[in-house]
Design a binder for this molecule. Structure first.
Ligand SMILES: Nc1ncnc2c1ncn2[C@@H]1O[C@H](COP(=O)(O)OP(=O)(O)O)[C@@H](O)[C@H]1O
Ligand SMILES: [Mg+2]
Length: 255
């Protein structure tokens, strides 16, 4: 049986009272899965995961982590609760060295555990070891994302939540980031991932949701979602939209 780690039900959230951006979204993430959230620009993907992480006010619905209600828990308590959020930007301290970034991230560990845990991160991410004295702001885009992910993983989160880790990276670093996430999943970490890069995300994902106007419209195995021509045309930018396919979806027909 699947063990649900993150259970988000009927979530409504937004930046101003009465103006919901996330409109009744429900998603689940099972232990050991990579779940991908796709969708057009402005669909509310970032808002959804920020609301889950306590960064956008929630007006309705629930967020359960390992069965515990964490709905609207303050963002600074999320790491302790087991949810590590890696925002799209500003996810490292640019003027601090790689090593100091990792040290700061150890905050909730017992002090004597920190050095060994930092060494474990260096073993998993040798690039970071080589650059341990480098200010994070001087890293390449790909290495900076690696550092952001290492900072999140260092406290053994129950779920790692990432907002477009491949955004703005050159193709070489995009594949590096996806390989890294795939390896992290193999090590047993549960991942919720928002991505624009649908093809690469679905290639490493187990299941995916397509979010449209703040609500999930489609859910499925990552492989079948990519193969569904209606989904591909409408949301993934894979092929030009044909006139008849929109009608097709409205009547509920399968491709
Ligand atoms: N800080 C904010 N304050 C007010 N509105 C916002 C803020 N951030 C995003 N929005 C609005 O929320 C909607 C969804 O944005 P977002 O969650 O960033 O979508 P996505 O990540 O899917 O592109 C957009 O209309 C955007 O203008
Ligand atoms: Mg976004």
């Amino acid at each position: 049986m699947n063990e649900t780690v993150l259970d988000v039900s009927d979530l409504e959230a937004g930046y101003e009272p009465g103006v919901p951006i996330v409109r009744g979204a429900s998603i689940t993430v099972n232990k050991g899965e990579i779940v991908v959230v796709l969708g057009p620009n402005g669909a509310g993907k970032s808002s959804l995961i920020k609301a889950i992480a306590g960064l956008v006010p929630i007006s309705r619905g629930k967020v359960l982590l390992d069965g515990k209600d964490i709905t609207a828990a303050p963002a600074h308590t999320m790491v302790r609760l087991g949810l590590a959020f890696v925002p799209q930007t500003e996810n490292v301290f640019p003027r601090m060295s790689v090593e100091d970034n990792l040290k700061v991230a150890c905050g909730i560990l017992e002090r004597r555990q920190a050095p060994a845990r930092i060494e474990e991160m260096y073993a998993a991410f040798p690039d970071l070891l080589r650059q341990r004295r480098t200010p994070a702001g001087n890293l390449s885009g790909g290495q900076r994302q690696m550092l952001a992910v290492a900072r999140a993983l260092i406290v053994h989160p129950k779920v790692l939540v990432l907002d477009e880790p491949s955004a703005g990276l050159s193709p070489k670093f995009v594949s590096m980031v996806f390989e890294m996430l795939s390896d992290i999943r193999k090590s047993g970490v549960t991942i919720l991932l928002v991505e624009q890069n649908a093809k690469a995300a679905l290639a490493i994902g187990d299941r995916a949701y397509v979010l449209v106007e703040g609500k999930e419209r489609h859910e499925g195995a990552a492989s079948t979602l990519w193969d569904d021509p209606v989904i591909a045309e409408l949301y993934l930018g894979q092929r030009p939209l044909r006139k008849d396919s929109a009608r097709h979806t409205e009547t509920g027909g399968a491709a």
